[in-house]
Design a protein around this ligand. Structure first.
Ligand code: GDP
Ligand code: ZN
Length: 452
């Protein structure tokens, strides 16, 4: 059991460092008592009115002033966590905040774990699990598109869609179960076609939601593109052209890209990490060899490899050697230095190609569009953010519904059909955390920041 009833937690909610305002947040049954103590007030002093800002001085146990500022009291259940919450908004002084934190602990609070406020919000039903995850995604957003998508999920856009399908699954299950005690003849074709129709509708809606969730998850996670190719074909130049600034050192001397150079670009709001490899070739140089082994590891996690080749020199044995060692990830041959040639050289058979000039800028828009497509992003104006965990739960749900459809069509016993639908509903319910999520909570909330 992660949650202990009766525990009052405390954390500094504002980011570390100096700032205009620093906020200490308490949540739990003793929150008000501890806040009163911090303000030099007795436990039996009148309770503070709900959600009113009061200017107060904050003291240590020795009666010495630590800071002054504003107190806010949010009585349960109308607070972020669903428990009694008090905020002390003082100056953004790391030492004053640390002192207040220490005093709170002395008065009986416990330092909160990462994400513990949001975890409590989930456990008290203030947020469902997908919404709680959206809180973290909003905090960690690196682009405006990510902010918008996470905000939509936080408002419940994703959860609502999940709940709607969940409701339909339960309805269909009830329909199937209602037929359990009757024979085929008794039920007639109306029942059969209602089940048939229900299953079909479910499949369509699941497919749609899955597509949205996949894009939402990609947007939240960002993508990764590898630039591979022999030295001097223009990998660094391409990286710079896409990043539109001089991040990589571009020089005509082969082998200057010693290690993995990473650059994050935003494609339509989707953060994409571009990784310029060490050239992926054997090297006597130790530093470079290290770069090569790291490159190979990272290759596996990319969605797309751009194999850059030189249109001026044409396809060479070394290009082929690199092509032959690429892992089986989507790839595209980029004929760079298009500006130097009037016609493109012959590419290896069955390989998709795109001609560009990193120097002049030709073909970059087409390349960006191609990258987006490989990321599975129709556009980055995603309806909501999601996570891989959600995509997998939707895949499990879809699989169970497909199973049910198969049973329905092969006239399997309705008990089996009902069982598949029940399993589908359970898989779906994991997204919002309706059931069976105890063992993933630690993993989800530990990735939050302290104080959220
Ligand atoms: P890398 O070793 O693959 O990273 O290649 P670089 O980006 O360092 O480029 C090698 C050389 O090719 C440099 O002199 C670049 O200026 C030149 N270069 C890169 N892209 C182009 C291009 O599109 N057209 C022309 N003409 N030269 C290019
Ligand atoms: Zn049917």
């Amino acid at each position: 059991m992660r949650y202990q009833q009766g525990d009052t937690i405390v954390a500094i909610a504002t980011p570390p460092g100096e700032g205009g305002v620093g906020i200490l947040r308490l949540s739990g049954p003793a929150a008000l008592r501890i806040a009163k103590a911090l303000c030099g007030l007795a436990p039996e002093s009148p309770n503070w009115p709900a959600r009113y800002a009061h200017f107060r001085r904050f003291y240590g146990r020795d009666g010495q002033g630590i800071d002054h500022g504003i107190t806010l009291y949010f009585p349960a259940p109308h607070s972020y966590t669903g428990e009694d919450v008090v905020e002390l908004q003082g100056h953004g002084s790391p030492l004053a905040l640390a002192a207040l934190m220490q005093e709170s602990v002395a008065y009986g609070a416990r330092a909160a774990r990462a994400g513990e406020f949001t975890e409590r919000a989930f456990l008290h039903g203030r947020l469902d699990l997908a919404q709680a995850e959206a809180v973290a995604d909003l905090i960690h957003a690196r682009s405006e598109a990510q902010v918008r998508a996470a905000s939509a999920s936080l408002e419940g856009a994703f959860s609502k869609a999940v709940d709607a399908i969940y409701g339909q699954l339960l309805q269909l299950l009830a329909l199937v179960e209602a037929g359990l005690d009757f024979s085929e003849e008794d039920l007639g074709t109306a029942h059969d076609s209602a089940v048939h129709h229900g299953l079909e509708t479910l499949q369509k809606q699941l497919l749609h939601l899955q597509q949205q969730a996949r894009q939402g998850a990609r947007l939240a996670r960002g993508g990764r593109v590898i630039l591979a190719g022999r030295p001097n074909v223009g990998k660094s130049s391409l990286m710079n052209a896409l990043a539109q600034r001089d991040a990589a050192i571009v020089t005509p001397v082969p082998g200057t890209t010693r290690d993995l150079l990473r650059e994050e670009i935003l494609l339509d709001g989707l953060p994409v990490e571009l990784i310029d490899t060490a050239g992926l070739r054997e090297s006597q140089d130790l530093v470079e060899a290290e770069g090569i082994s790291r490159a190979r590891q990272i290759l596996q996690s990319a969605q797309l490899i751009l194999l850059v080749a030189d249109a001026h020199t044409g396809w060479q044995a070394e290009d082929q050697a690199i092509l032959d060692t690429l892992p089986s990830i989507a790839r595209l041959i980029i004929w760079n230095k298009q500006d130097l040639v009037t016609s493109l050289p012959k590419a290896p058979a069955h390989e998709a190609c795109l001609a560009i000039s990193a120097l002049v800028g030709n073909g970059l828009d087409a390349l960006k569009a191609e990258i987006m497509q490989q990321m599975g992003m129709e556009n980055s104006a995603c309806v909501f953010s999601a996570r891989q965990r959600h995509v997998e739960a939707l895949a499990d749900t879809t699989e169970k519904v497909a199973e049910a459809v198969h049973m329905h069509h092969s006239a399997a016993p309705p008990e089996l059909l009902a069982q598949s639908l029940r399993e589908a509903a359970n898989a779906l319910a994991q997204i919002t955390g309706k059931i069976d999520v105890e063992d993933i909570l630690g993993e989800i909330f530990s990735r939050f920041c302290i104080g959220k």
